[in-house]
Design a protein around this ligand. Structure first.
Ligand code: UD1
Length: 338
């Protein structure tokens, strides 16, 4: 298949690009490099041994996007482009709603005009909100999101579900990611957060490398096995393979499906810190602090539907995730700015 990757130079997009090429597909990356580096493109060419087809364009720019659809005959689109910082979305809701909804609307309009009817969307487990029945199943009704970023994922799901219902022949996969960490095993691509990381694994790797003094563990009084928050960490390469499986599934199916991409296993903050220290033989000093507002105790997926529908399941272990995250960080202490 020939697949357009909106936001394909980002963390999950770049790993998905590699897995698509490995599986024999063609891919075109459209990205305005707002939150990604041009260096990713050289690294992708190096990993795959093939030139990368890249268009520097904003996915909300209708004229630019139409021109790309006129140039290529796409079989499907994977839509990663969007702002993704939870805290920033609380401070800048208008920017988040404008950008994250505009990109989806523009992309869908271009698809309709070009006769492209398959789309895989980068959604998030955040759309479930603060549900406390685990594991999370796709049929559960959301408890409401806790921030504008989450609501943009929720609204984009709604837009795509309504579009799939209205437009004959459309097929849509809404992939709800749990907590993606890890990096490609080459150590050449990985997560490159700007400034102080908000998410746990990038923070751990920066503490391990000496860039930050210590990790703050946000609360040890949750109702979990060791009191720290439990999440379903998934290796980004497994996640990427889930996208390949979703594209192949959409080829022969119509309508819309919501699909969790998680492992089904929850690990606590301290489980992750301890595994990281053990696997990489490196210290990660930490202190216990107050809970972070908006956090929930536990969140993990029921991954059954992905297995049944896509024939996909996560294969990599927590140790793989820790090893690969560290390989990326230690080989690229300043991310793509090295
Ligand atoms: C958050 C977002 C989610 C987004 C995901 C990206 C919410 C509610 N959550 O998930 O939408 O898709 O990031 O991966 O919007 N922790 C610490 N110290 C730190 C950082 C985190 O103890 O410095 C703890 C947190 O309290 C939590 C766990 O580590 O228990 C994971 O946190 P994080 O990596 O930020 O992910 P989520 O909050 O689960």
């Amino acid at each position: 298949m020939k697949i357009l990757l909106s936001g394909g130079a980002g963390f999950i997009g770049s790993h998905t690009y590699v897995e698509l090429i490995n599986a024999g597909h063609e891919a075109v990356i459209v990205d305005n490099l707002y939150n990604a580096s041009e260096k990713v493109l050289e690294r992708l060419a190096e990993i795959t041994g093939k030139p990368v087809v890249f268009c520097n364009a904003d996915v909300a720019d209708k004229a630019a996007l139409s021109a790309i659809f006129a140039q290529h005959q796409f079989d499907a689109v994977i839509h990663f482009a969007g702002y993704k910082a939870v805290g920033e979305s609380v401070a800048k809701p208008l920017e988040y709603y404008r950008n994250n909804l505009d990109t989806t609307l523009t992309l869908c309009e271009c698809m309709r005009e070009a006769g492209v009817s398959r789309i895989v969307f980068s959604s998030s487990a955040t759309v479930y909100g603060a549900l406390d029945t685990m594991p999370l199943e796709e049929t559960m009704v959301s408890a409401g999101c806790t921030n504008p970023y989450g609501w943009t994922k929720y609204m984009n799901e709604r837009i795509l579900l309504d579009t799939a219902a209205a437009l004959p022949g459309w097929s849509v996969a809404l992939l709800r990611y749990f907590n993606p960490i890890g990096a490609h095993e080459s150590g050449r691509i990985g997560e490159d957060p700007v400034g102080i990381p908000n998410n746990l694994m990038p923070y751990i790797t920066q503490v391990a490398s000496g860039k930050r003094d210590h990790l703050s563990v946000f609360g040890d009084d949750y109702d979990t096995h060791d009191g720290t928050g439990v999440r379903d960490y998934i290796h980004v390469v497994d996640l990427a393979k889930g996208h390949v499986a979703a594209c192949e599934y959409l080829k022969d199916h119509q309508g819309a499906e919501i699909i969790n991409l998680g492992t089904g296993t929850g690990y606590s903050v301290l489980d992750l810190v301890n595994a990281f220290q053990r696997v990489n033989d490196i210290e990660v000093p930490y202190v216990i602090t107050d809970r972070r507002p908006g956090d929930i105790a536990t969140c993990y997926a029921d991954p059954t539907k992905a297995k049944t529908l896509l024939g996909w399941q996560a294969e990599k272990t927590l140790e793989d995730m820790c090893r690969d995250s560290w390989r990326w960080q230690s080989g690229n202490p300043n991310g793509y700015r090295d």
